[in-house]
Design a protein around this ligand. Structure first.
Ligand SMILES: C[S@@+](CC[C@H](N)C(=O)[O-])C[C@H]1O[C@@H](n2cnc3c(N)ncnc32)[C@H](O)[C@@H]1O
Length: 282
């Protein structure tokens, strides 16, 4: 079981860290203690120090540049964080291929149709951000409190960065985040309430032996698990989508819950399974 504590890098962040720890029901740990555990763990060949007993294997670190999930053993992998101002996001936003991208085709984006999207599995918001950058209004739902905190932090920082970048400000204004289990959220909607497109990207089964699964993704797996209820989510999604349900899968994965889509868009590593319910507006 992954143990996590909350840390902060500067004394002026202590109050915010205490609040976060309380909200997530996690203990607080000082940066000095984290450094000492990390040093001790580095001196033993196995992981018997960090990640066992009372010692956290990860810390959620509050720093001036944002909230990050970090391994206590520093050499394990880099920070997991949500940064919509990063070079990768900015490059994709400017040169990613616009409506020619598979995700845009999957949700049916065109010059004439800018759908509203309900993203039932927001994660760190990557897909939602891409869709919002293409003009969609996106509601992001995330149930894991740690992932939700990282995404909330990324969105808050993008709002701040938007003060100097009006295009980014417009994109973030199209995104809203709700901390909820999507099954409950959908269950509580009024019977007639629908969204144009419902999007799902449940966790892939962990490919333990694959070097392609980045260490950062492994920690995600250990915190979030395998989303075993994703099949139920698909059934609910099909009742709530006006035009389409789009399921993002790894290229080699089976159809979610064994349900055959209307068609698929295949990429090198990713596939979009599209359940078409009604002709898109033209
Ligand atoms: C593979 S990640 C999604 C990655 C995301 N598409 C992105 O681009 O960053 C799956 C996420 O869905 C969340 N999730 C799974 N089932 C959910 C549910 N029923 N309600 C809310 N969130 C859910 C998990 O906690 C996890 O963070």
């Amino acid at each position: 079981m992954t143990s996590i504590k909350v840390s902060f890098t500067h004394p002026e962040l202590q109050a915010a860290a205490v609040k976060l720890a309380k909200r997530l029901d996690l203990a607080l740990i000082s940066s000095d203690k984290i450094a000492a555990i990390g040093r001790a763990a580095a001196q033993v060949s196995d992981s018997s120090v960090a990640g066992s007993g009372e010692q956290p294997s990860y810390h959620l670190q509050l720093a001036p540049e944002g909230l990050s999930l970090l391994p206590v053993r520093r050499n394990q992998h880099g920070p997991v964080r949500c940064d919509f101002t990063s070079g990768a996001f900015t490059h994709r936003r400017k040169f990613g291929g616009g409506n020619g991208q598979a995700i845009a085709k999957a949700v049916g984006l065109s010059g004439k149709f800018l759908p509203g999207v309900l993203d039932l599995t927001a994660g760190l918001g990557g897909d939602g951000f891409v869709l919002a950058s293409l003009g969609c209004r996106v509601r992001l739902l995330e149930r894991n409190p740690i992932v939700h905190s990282l995404l909330r932090d990324g969105l808050d920082r993008a709002v701040m960065a938007g003060e100097q970048d009006s295009e980014l400000a417009d994109i973030v204004a199209r995104l809203s985040l709700i901390e909820a289990d999507s099954k409950q959220f959908l269950g509580q909607l009024a019977a007639s309430e629908q969204e144009d497109i419902v999007f799902l990207d449940p966790m892939f089964p962990e490919r333990k032996k694959s070097a392609k699964v980045k260490k950062e993704m492994q920690v995600f797996h250990s915190i979030v698990g395998a989303d075993p209820d994703a099949g139920e989510l698909l059934e609910l999604a099909l009742q709530r989508a006006r035009y389409r349900v789009v399921v993002k899968r790894s290229a080699s994965a089976d159809h979610l819950a064994g349900m055959a889509p209307s068609y698929s868009l295949e990429g090198k590593s990713t596939r979009f399974d599209i359940f078409a319910l009604q002709k898109l507006p033209s």
